[in-house]
Design a protein around this ligand. Structure first.
Ligand SMILES: NC(=O)c1ccc[n+]([C@@H]2O[C@H](COP(=O)([O-])OP(=O)(O)OC[C@H]3O[C@@H](n4cnc5c(N)ncnc54)[C@H](OP(=O)(O)O)[C@@H]3O)[C@@H](O)[C@H]2O)c1
Length: 261
């Protein structure tokens, strides 16, 4: 009787070890798609994901620029969010999506805020939702989305208004999502200061290194306590550490069926 009990306990332990190993292997195999991975923020996102051992796929309009940036360390899918038919291959087999795409309407009027920040984001969201496998979609948006008179709308073809519509496409997609709205982006090293978080788009303007925006996106991935949340971020005090374990939990989720403030 005793022997049978011991055997059962050992078999139970073995099953636990095997299932643990299987889920670790599945986690390792999870593919993260970074749309806009060749961009200023996207490069940090890709770099941090690779450091953490993820399998990373980059969506870019140019294989050459993705290969120049990352060599053979990432999968590359050539696609354009203005051409929804190019996106199915990008999301195929993907568990997480991070989008740091942004329009370039000033240099290329066809790559406008409406085409990229709204319709392009919407197409990517729909492809992700349609794939059936995406568990979390993190979108880099912007502070100021809720302010129609914001100067950026005047100078850049209503970019914030279009980004707001892109956000809503994600909110109403049925996907688990996190929307990260940074202040002005700067190219300084990350991890040098704390990160101030706001909600409701009421925080005063500030700046934040692209590397720190990337840290927030990467930290959010796969965290249930980051789901259905919209947050604004700017740099906090110099030298202040960020506690990622308690970063997202205190934030309010977006109202069900409503727009993020
Ligand atoms: N600049 C700021 O101060 C500021 C402030 C707040 C928020 N933001 C937002 O933060 C995000 C990241 O900004 P960033 O300056 O780091 O980005 P960025 O360097 O301008 O990079 C933009 C990325 O978008 C991709 N992209 C552009 N058009 C595309 C299209 N039609 N199809 C597919 N991909 C496309 C580009 O990829 P390929 O060229 O390889 O295709 C590139 O990787 C953007 O959404 C931006 O609007 C910026």
């Amino acid at each position: 009787m005793k022997m049978t009990g011991m055997l059962a306990a050992w078999l139970g332990l073995l099953a636990l070890v095997v299932s643990g190993a299987q889920s670790a292997a599945a986690e390792e195999a999870a593919v993260v798609l970074v749309a806009g991975g060749t961009g200023g923020t996207g490069r940090h996102i890709v770099g941090q994901l690779l450091e953490q051992g993820h399998t990373v796929r980059v969506l870019s309009r140019s294989e050459e620029s993705a290969r120049n940036a990352f060599g053979e360390t990432v999968q590359v899918v050539v696609g354009d969010v203005r051409q929804p038919e190019t996106l199915a291959a990008a999301v195929d087999g993907v568990r997480y999506v991070v989008s740091a795409i942004g329009s370039s309407g000033r240099v290329d009027p066809d790559n406008s805020p409406e085409a990229v920040d709204y319709r392009g984001v919407k197409a990517l969201v729909e492809a992700a939702a349609g794939s059936g496998g995406v568990e979390h979609f993190v979108l880099v948006s912007s502070m100021g989305i809720t302010q129609p008179t914001h100067p950026l709308n005047r100078f850049a073809n209503n970019i914030l208004l279009w980004k707001g519509l892109g956000e809503n496409a994600l909110r109403f997609s049925g996907l688990n999502y996190t929307i990260v709205r940074p202040g002005g982006l700067i190219d300084e090293p990350g991890g040098q200061a704390g990160i101030r978080v706001g909600q409701g788009d009421t925080m005063e303007q500030g700046r934040i290194p692209r590397a720190d925006v990337a840290r927030v996106c990467v930290a959010a991935l796969g965290r249930a306590d980051a789901h259905r949340k919209t947050l604004e971020i700017i740099s906090g005090s110099a030298g202040e550490a960020v506690n990622w374990e308690s970063f997202f939990a205190p934030l309010e989720p977006d109202p069900a069926g409503g727009f993020g403030g």
